[in-house]
Design a protein around this ligand. Structure first.
Ligand code: PXG
Ligand code: PLP
Length: 428
């Protein structure tokens, strides 16, 4: 099982058999409140009939269409739809099957783009400490979680990592963007000096780091990264696998922060989690560079793609999900309820073990003091107890991460906090 304590699971299985709205149903028939949107993906809540029907209808009409050298209407429709939603000239899309594949795709496009425009010296890919960009080799290389790389030996050699932005001495219990830390973006400037100009191809960051415990960017940080990238001709990639599709109360984090990156990676909420799918959006100039540099008009411009790129069932699911987001105004709804969410999660301050709480949009991280000699044990224990008591949360190290579906109601937020309060009080 993926990222699972397999032996423990065998002895203590946790099995979900159905889902509707804000709730899962366990195999013992009990309902459990979903405070993480499955795994940060079911933004419109579970069991959306329109998505299920769209998938079924698509399966009957066109089950599969070859991804290479042919197309089908739903993929173009979805690409146009996303291009219209994305800011600026982020207007060309490439479809994948996951966030990890989206990241690989974006990193490959970055390297190839510089080659194509005659700056082949730009080979270095820059990520950030505590960054998560999936589990494939490129994403791992620029990822900032040492434990994910430990057993693998050298990965991509031409890479570097920016410092992460979380320092509890300066920003513990920040509501929204911390005031401290914007200057940490200047580390990119220092990297240019260290490696030489025209050596860095791209920088990839999560606008808000999700997996490593909801690390919110300091005020001005992302804007400063954009400026430095512009000055030095470096591509800026926002990994919006979690922040995309309303999580921050806007369609994308780029809208929320008013920063247009050169590429955006997407997945998860793209289909409301109902079918595997990812996407990479690129700015028009990147697309055009490939079109203009490929030689004859039957040459393939980008030697990349997956059997299931733009799978018809995934496209149908994504289009139906986007209809729901639009028709129910869910991104605006997330923005509307975010202040209530903020005050609710910060009400846990002062409970046993709570060292820090941070939030943005409908995301929150609650960091606990680790048990001596047993890192991550305290949070995992709370995860297990929560599951028993009827609440699904996510934990990473000793941090509880929350990201409820955007349909969450105030009384459901209250229920989450009530349960967490009692679990924290009981925790060892
Ligand atoms: N980039 C980011 C920013 C992500 O959050 C990926 C890439 C990889 O996506 P796929 O679809 O290949 O898993 C992710 C995925 C968690 C958790 O709770 C986070 C993710 C996946 C599973 C669990 O920490 N993020
Ligand atoms: N391995 C083999 C032997 C293949 O033939 C293919 C695709 O044709 C792949 C891996 C890649 O699979 P996918 O396109 O689903 O990523």
């Amino acid at each position: 099982m993926p990222f699972t304590a397999n032996r423990y699971f065998k002895d203590h299985p946790r099995v979900l058999v159905a889902a509707e709205g804000m709730y899962y149903t366990r195999d013992d028939g009990e309902r459990i409140l979903d405070a993480v949107s499955g795994l940060w993906c079911v933004n419109a809540g579970h069991g959306r009939a329109a998505i299920a029907e769209a998938i079924a209808a698509q399966a009957k009409t066109l089950d599969y269409s070859p991804a290479f050298q042919a197309g089908h209407p739903r993929a173009f429709e979805l690409a146009e739809r996303l291009a219209a939603m994305l800011p600026g000239d982020l207007d060309h899309l490439f479809f994948t099957n996951s966030g990890s594949e989206s990241v690989e795709t974006a990193l490959k496009i970055a390297l190839a783009y510089h080659q194509r425009r005659g700056e082949a010296s730009r080979r270095i890919l820059v990520g950030r400490e505590r960054g998560y960009h999936g589990v494939n080799f490129g994403g791992l290389s620029v990822g900032g979680i040492p434990g994910h790389k430990a057993d693998l030996g050298p990965l991509l050699p031409e890479m570097d990592l920016l410092p992460h932005t979380h320092d509890p001495d300066h920003n513990a219990f920040s509501k929204g963007e911390p005031e401290w830390g914007g200057h940490l973006a200047d580390a990119l400037e220092e990297m240019v000096t260290k490696h030489g100009s025209q050596t860095i191809a791209a920088v990839i960051v999560e606008p808000v780091a999700g997996s490593t415990g909801v690390l919110v960017p300091p005020q001005g940080y992302l804007q400063r990264l954009r400026e430095i990238c512009d000055i030095h001709g470096i591509l800026l990639i926002f990994d919006e696998v979690i922040t995309g599709f309303g999580r921050l109360g806007a369609a994308f984090a780029c809208d929320h922060f008013g920063v247009v990156p050169d590429m955006v990676t997407l997945a998860k909420g793209l289909t409301n989690g109902a079918a595997p799918m990812g996407a990479v959006a690129v700015r028009g100039g990147i697309y055009q560079t490939f079109m203009d540099s490929a030689g004859s008009d039957t040459a393939i411009e980008l030697a990349h793609g997956y059997t299931y790129s733009g799978h018809p069932l995934s496209c149908a699911a994504a289009l139906a999900a986007q209809d729901i987001y639009r028709d129910e105004g869910l991104f605006a709804r997330a923005a509307e309820i975010a202040p209530y969410w903020e005050q609710a999660v910060h009400s846990l301050k002062g409970l046993p073990h709570v060292m820090d709480i941070r939030n943005m949009g409908l995301m929150a991280g609650i960091e606990l003091e680790p048990m001596a000699d047993r890192p991550a044990a305290r949070a995992f224990e709370i995860y297990l107890r929560a599951f028993e008591e009827g609440l699904l949360i996510r934990t990473t190290g000793d941090i509880i991460a929350l990201s409820p579906p955007l349909i969450v109601e105030r009384q459901e937020i209250d229920r989450m906090m009530e349960l967490l309060t009692s679990l924290l009080k009981q925790a060892a």
